[in-house]
Ligand binder design. Structure first.
Ligand SMILES: [Zn+2]
Length: 524
């Protein structure tokens, strides 16, 4: 995969030119011939679909994951200047129109004026509308309460987007989107709400302050699609661009993933359970790709282009990358500086410069993050300091390991030619409900995590030269140490320790253990 194609693509996009990638950055329209109901099972798209499905179908290999029926939906996305098309693999049964050859749409850099909407025409075709100050929604569907409240959801999102992107809402008092929620579709077309110049899309499309999206069989996912397109509309019309593909899709997915409860909207929500957000499935996509042997480094993700979504990796990976950067204490500031750069061709270079010498650390932490990705993953507690350790004195050294953190650098450099003894002691808590779970370094055998007793002391050795790490290395296959462990490192490097627990369940741990590491003898 090319390292930095996004920059050149971004330049072209900003320059308003039709590029090589631009000419092919709109996918075939998948589902406008009568097809199966949403969502289509993995790998069984309609004949008109270009993509072959790579979507996960359940919770993958994680012990806490549960299967969610029907969650195999994903988006993919293309963009032309000031337009955003989001579509996915699940087909839907709408028979709207045949777009014919849909390539080359990116040539239409200057979009037509917004639709003129005639109330009498809408009424004649049974199109209903609901509105708030930030959204007017038109639909051919009955106005269920979940649909009728969409303008309120959008209303609640706007100030949060302003806060996130550093925009003063008072400067945009009249900013309002039009959204077309498409049910069966015929009446939408007859009412003139699907302009013929629109490129094909499967799930959603944004052009200026206009949004079109296809009704999914999920109240959550309907809001998600609207919010995803809303982020594109906000960025395109207020920030002036969405940035390169990875950021455009990553931030839209990140900010569209939400909770909506009792009229309160929480954006950038990290789901805590597999079945919490109906039809969402970003974690599943990443897990399934990893199971299939596909791993994307951060550099790969920065280089994603719209056409790189044929395996629908784009949405899961971009969501994961945005989540990683935005929630990681070391990279958050750099990531949150990016909205100022969305119109600049140097977007990715700026980001790399901001992360600076920590980029190799980020790659390594990223690899660990996606390989251990959990619902409710606590990135702040999983942040790792990779500063190389110093050699162990002959008498050994004592270190403290906090129970409520992920991998912790001992500051000790181990030699692969030496055998080490690690003696641990201490009593700490692994949970507090319904009663306190006390634990010692051997762990508790009433519950296992990743094949080892919960709370067990684990060790990993990270080589000093870790600039090229494309996998999580010894962190995902750690040494079980317990009360007394013997360790012969397979590589010379720095020793890291932690107690065995899910990255989603560190917050309720309390206390620490003490470990003494001392050299025994040169390994045989
Ligand atoms: Zn999108």
């Amino acid at each position: 995969m090319p390292i930095n194609p996004a920059e050149s693509q971004g330049m072209d996009k900003r320059g308003g030119k039709t590029t090589q990638s631009g000419l092919s950055d709109v996918d075939e329209f998948a589902g406008l011939s009568a097809g199966p109901a949403w969502p289509e099972p993995c790998g069984k798209g309609s004949p008109g679909m270009l993509h072959s499905c790579g979507l996960p179908t359940d919770g993958g290999n994680q012990p806490t994951a549960k299967k969610v029926p029907g969650e195999n939906l994903a988006l993919s996305h293309v963009t032309a200047s000031r337009r955003s098309v989001c579509f996915g693999l699940a087909t839907w049964a709408l028979a709207l129109r045949t777009f014919g050859d849909t390539r080359g749409v990116a040539a239409c850099n200057v979009g037509p004026p917004e639709m003129t909407i005639d109330p009498a025409t809408l009424q004649a075709h049974g199109i209903q509308s609901v509105s708030s100050s930030r959204l007017v929604l038109y639909t051919d569907l009955p106005l269920s309460s979940a649909i009728a409240e969409l303008p309120q959801v959008f209303e609640a999102a706007f100030p949060q987007w302003c806060r996130y992107f550093g925009v003063d809402p008072a400067r945009h008092p009249r900013w309002q989107c039009k959204a077309i929620l498409i049910g069966r579709g015929e009446h939408i077309i007859e009412a003139g709400l699907l302009p013929p110049e629109l490129p094909p899309f499967r799930f959603g499309f944004a052009r200026g302050r206009e949004i079109w999206f296809v009704n999914p069989p999920s109240d959550y996912y309907r809001r998600h699609l609207l919010l995803h397109e809303g982020v594109h509309a906000f960025m395109n019309t207020i920030l002036g661009d969405c940035g390169p593909t990875w950021y455009m899709e990553g931030i839209a997915e990140y900010l569209a993933t939400h909770r909506w409860e009792d009229g309160r909207l929480e954006l950038a929500y990290f789901p805590r359970q597999a079945d919490e957000l109906s039809l969402w499935g970003r974690i599943r996509m990443v897990r399934q790709d990893l199971q299939g042997g596909k791993f994307l480094r951060l550099e790969d993700i920065l280089g994603l282009r719209p056409r790189d979504d044929e395996s629908v990796e784009l949405y899961g990976w971009c969501w994961a990358a945005a989540t990683f950067f935005d929630r990681h204490p070391r990279y958050q500031q750099a990531f949150r500086s990016l909205p100022q750069w969305v119109r600049r061709a140097e977007f990715n270079q700026h980001f790399r410069q901001m992360v600076g010498p920590y980029w190799p650390w980020a790659e390594h932490e990223w690899a660990l993050f996606v390989h251990t990705l959990e619902f409710g993953h606590d990135l702040s507690r999983e942040a790792i300091d990779f500063t190389p350790g110093i050699p162990l004195p002959p008498q050994g050294r004592e270190v403290t390991v906090a129970a409520d953190r992920g991998w912790q650098n001992t500051g000790i450099f181990l030699d692969k030619a030496v055998q080490y003894e690690i003696l641990a002691r201490g009593r700490y808590q692994l949970g507090q409900h319904p009663v306190i779970w006390w634990c010692e370094p051997n762990g508790v055998t009433i519950r296992y995590y990743r094949g080892k007793p919960l709370g067990m002391l684990l060790g990993a050795v990270v080589p000093a030269d870790q600039s090229f790490r494309t996998e999580a290395g010894s962190f995902v296959n750690p040494h079980p140490l317990g009360l007394r462990g013997l360790l012969i490192p397979s590589e010379t490097g720095t020793l890291f320790l932690r107690v065995n627990d899910s990255p989603a369940e560190l917050a309720d741990n309390v206390g620490s253990l003490t470990a003494v590491i001392r050299p025994m003898q040169p390994a045989a």
